[in-house]
Design a protein around this ligand. Structure first.
Ligand code: FRU
Length: 521
């Protein structure tokens, strides 16, 4: 019932009617949208200028992240008829650098097996599936079918896994006629398959989530799947349903040690409320995942980074992550009109080990730097008194500086309307925090701004970099090369034009930079 619970009354009414229709009707009603309409110049209030957002209508999770033949594909949960969640399709966009995107036609439509929920995509380079040829290997998408009629009838087997393939690098897709490839034996939440080729085990591995745990499968051909093992019933956070898993290997920076990382999104149950993504570090032997530790960490301590997963098949084998920059607590109520939601900036994930503890770090992909021009640089700024800097639009900017994590620092962005967004590093509380309570429009949902969001950190006198990236409706903060991350939406009614940095101690910050960021549209 997760899905029905989430949906506002306004949305339920049309849905009740549409459930009576068969799924072919759903397809017909949206098929005209296959042509991308040019209906925006991307300057509506709150429209992200350098984050991916759908041209129009509702978007949630990133899906099918795969690189092939010079192109990064971004598929996404998409409802082309409204700006709230509805019968899911896979929207599609492509990019050469993961920063500027070209919108493509909808890739996957609902069919008789159900709506198209989240999943992944692989390049089947050896044509193991037989769905392409040796010369033209297929892209294969693996996704969850969600049969709304089954859910409404109170059944428990309405989520199954299906596949589709493309022989023209993602432009057109054909569903496999043997779908579903994994049926359901009565597990209510049974979804979000992530598939990758395991080079050691020499087979495909699929991981999906089943309510409170993850399930692993193997296959030689992407069509016949064998259940291998389960993980997590007694591990990690369980404040909500597990969603959108991912599993991959990373080398510990500066060593030859390799560890497997398991990402699990959870909703609700994140530390700052609602949706969030936890991770485990451990080992995977081709069949079973074993975590090194009982506890779990979070990939991002801000409120708006959910359902994030990583790319398959990247050129340099880099682990690139994109998350949905929202939270189910209020995702359907945010104050945008033409479209709803954006993705986080793509981030390269790395693994570091400090004091015998593993941490994932997230750093924005290098190609982002091509969009930057320098506005101001200062080698050293004394915080004897508050440092103030006027700039016409901080909502399309990047701020960087270096500080040491034993010093208290407060950074505030303000506008003429009296709206303020505050990021604080507090070594006494051993916390960083983000306060968006007065950052702009907040009253569309009480849980958007009912508290300050915090991130516990390890206090030390280590000098670290602070990087803050602001768009028209988001802030992303990376401290200590992405060891500490906070991503949040904000809806200021005017651009912030005043930056204030202060400290309770007489201290300095170094290598300050203010950069503007060119729009991608
Ligand atoms: C995560 C999620 C997935 C599901 C999709 C439906 O946000 O709930 O578990 O596949 O969204 O749109």
């Amino acid at each position: 019932m997760v899905y029905i619970r989430r949906i506002s009354l306004l949305f339920i009414l049309p849905l009740l009617f549409s459930c009576g229709r068969n799924n072919k009707d759903v397809k017909q009603s949206t098929v005209d949208k296959n042509k991308i309409e040019n209906m925006t110049n991307y300057t509506e209030q709150f429209r992200p200028q350098f984050h991916f957002s759908p041209q129009r209508k509702w978007m949630n999770d990133p899906n099918g992240l795969v690189y092939n033949d010079g192109v990064y594909h971004l598929f996404y949960q998409y409802y082309p008829e409204d700006i709230v969640w509805g019968p899911m399709h896979w929207g599609h966009a492509v990019s050469k650098d993961m920063i500027s995107w070209e919108h493509k036609a909808i890739a996957l439509y609902p069919d008789d097996h159900g709506d198209i929920f989240s999943g992944s995509a692989v390049l089947d380079s050896d044509n193991t599936s037989g769905l392409g040829t040796e010369d033209n290997p297929p892209l294969v998408a693996i996704f969850t079918y969600h049969l709304m009629a089954g859910e409404k009838a109170g059944r428990n087997d309405f989520q199954t896994q299906g596949i589709a393939y493309s022989l023209d690098n993602g432009d057109t897709w054909t569903k496999y006629d043997g779908n579903p490839v994994i049926g359901n034996t009565g597990i209510k939440d049974f979804r979000d398959p992530k598939v990758f080729w395991d080079y050691q085990a020499e087979h495909w591995v699929l991981i999906l989530v089943a309510g409170d745990h993850a399930k692993f499968y193997e296959s030689d051909n992407l069509k016949d799947w064998k259940h291998l093992s389960d993980f997590g019933r007694n591990q990690g956070a369980h404040g909500g349903v597990w969603e959108c898993p991912d599993l991959f290997k990373l080398k510990v920076e500066g060593t030859d040690e390799e560890k497997w990382i398991l990402l699990i999104s959870i909703n609700p149950g994140a530390p700052n409320g609602g949706s969030g993504t936890q991770y485990f570090v451990g080992d995977f032997d081709g069949k079973t995942f074993t975590a090194d530790h009982k506890d779990h960490k979070w990939i991002d301590m801000g409120a708006d980074n959910y359902a994030g997963v990583t790319y398959n098949n990247t050129p340099k084998n880099e682990r690139i992550f994109i998350g949905w920059m929202s939270n189910w607590n209020y995702a359907q109520n945010t104050p945008t009109k033409e479209w709803r939601s954006a993705m986080t900036l793509p981030r390269k994930l790395s693994l570091i080990k400090e004091d015998n503890t593993y941490y994932i770090t997230s750093n924005v992909v290098e190609s982002f730097n091509d969009r930057i021009s320098i506005v101001k640089e200062e080698e050293s700024i004394s915080l004897d008194k508050t440092f103030m800097l006027e700039h016409q639009n901080y909502n399309q900017s990047e701020i960087k500086f270096q500080t040491d994590l034993s010093k208290p620092i407060e950074i505030a962005f303000k506008n003429q309307m009296g709206e303020t967004l505050i990021f604080e590093i507090d070594p006494v509380k051993k916390e960083m925090s983000l306060d968006r309570r007065k950052s702009g429009l907040t009253n569309f949902e009480v849980r958007f701004a009912n508290k300050i969001h915090s991130l516990p950190y390890i206090v030390s006198d280590k000098v670290v970099d602070v990087r803050i990236i602001l768009d028209w409706s988001s802030i992303e903060i990376f401290v200590d090369e992405g060891k500490y991350v906070m991503t949040e939406q904000i809806f200021p009614t005017e651009f912030y034009n005043n930056l204030q940095i202060n400290s309770k101690l007489k201290t300095t910050i170094n290598n300050f930079k203010l950069n503007t960021i060119k729009s991608i549209w």
